[in-house]
Design a protein around this ligand. Structure first.
Ligand code: G4P
Length: 296
């Protein structure tokens, strides 16, 4: 699947973060707990260098709790990173964030020396919602479409804690094809930059492999099936997605993706550490020709 990134945005955001990084004590990188690898931007790691990072796995209300636990352990064993899983509805847990940051930079967070944290991450992971929750008021716009441009802000959150919002739009790292599908499934990619049907087929195939019970329960489809196309067509029929007498797969795809994103199929994680399920509708990779050694 071709995802249309905007290299210009990325370049600008990157440049601006490099300009302000010296004012920052801790980077708070927000990830989507359903896909904590695909929703990461590896450039942020390079830009922060030795600065400590609080990795927030957000939207845990939508993710499979047992998988989130594995991701927490996975990130916590990485140097310079403290990982914390939460969702923005958990107001009390969010209040731990300033202290977690302070623990990483004990010389800050005292009168005259607030902890200065930069909140960064790809669009739609919940950065603005988090900033508003920490600030206790609406200072950032939240949006239902990824990649909404916002201006850089500096916000006091509590007495000794200051937040800076990512200046500009950090796109996901260009990952493999499957990472692109996972991002699209989660809602991190603009509707206009993806094919609903293609993404829904990926999602149904994944669900059949990993959460077949949840899929069967929601749509009364055959959970033993291994054919995502047939299952999507069955969902279309059950939900009355018919257009001009034909099955409307686009409509069925919208239903599946919207309901999955809204958590109506239950808590679903889209990736697990060290475990990658295949996408069974992808054509098998062409064998690569061995390089000829012309100098021989
Ligand atoms: P961003 O700044 O990183 O781009 O993300 P933003 O806060 O705008 O959040 C994107 C969407 O994700 C918003 O929903 C927001 O409400 C939702 N969201 C944020 N945190 C969580 C969370 O922990 N759990 C769940 N389930 N959703 C979360 P929206 O419907 O797109 O916009 P809105 O109508 O809520 O403003």
């Amino acid at each position: 699947m071709q995802i249309h990134w905007y290299p210009g945005h990325m370049h600008k955001a990157q440049r601006k973060i490099r300009e302000i990084i010296h004012q920052v004590d801790v980077m708070i990188e927000v990830l989507d707990a359903r896909l904590p690898l695909a929703s990461r931007n590896s450039l942020l790691e390079e830009i922060r260098g030795d600065k400590p990072c609080l990795m927030i796995l957000n939207k845990t209300d939508l993710a499979d709790a047992s998988v989130t636990k594995k991701w927490l352990a996975w990130y916590n064993q990485q140097s310079g990173i403290t990982a914390y899983a939460t969702h923005t509805g958990e107001r009390r847990r969010l209040q731990d964030i300033p202290q977690l940051c302070k623990d990483m930079v004990p010389r800050r967070g005292i009168p005259g020396k607030p902890v200065r944290a930069l909140i960064a991450g790809i669009p739609n992971v919940g950065k603005s919602t988090l900033i508003n929750a920490l600030a206790g008021r609406k200072v950032a716009n939240t949006g239902n479409e990824p990649a909404v441009t916002k201006n850089q802000q500096k916000v006091a959150a509590g007495k000794y804690f200051q937040l800076l919002d990512t200046p500009g739009i950090m796109q996901p790292s260009p990952g493999d094809v499957l990472a692109g599908y996972r991002l699209a499934t989660s809602g991190a990619i603009r509707a206009t930059a993806m094919e609903f049907e293609e993404v829904a087929l990926f999602a149904v195939d994944y669900l059949l492999q990993r959460y077949s019970g949840a899929l069967a329960k929601r749509y009364q489809v055959d959970e033993a099936s291994d054919d995502a196309s047939l299952v999507l067509a069955e969902i279309a029929q059950r939900r009355g997605c018919i257009r001009d007498g034909d099955i409307d797969l686009h409509k069925a795809s919208e239903i599946v993706l919207n309901e999955l994103r809204a958590g109506k199929l239950g808590r679903i994680s889209l990736e697990e550490p060290n475990r990658q399920l295949p996408y069974r509708l992808l054509p098998p990779e062409e064998p690569t020709e061995p390089e000829s050694d012309e100098s021989a």
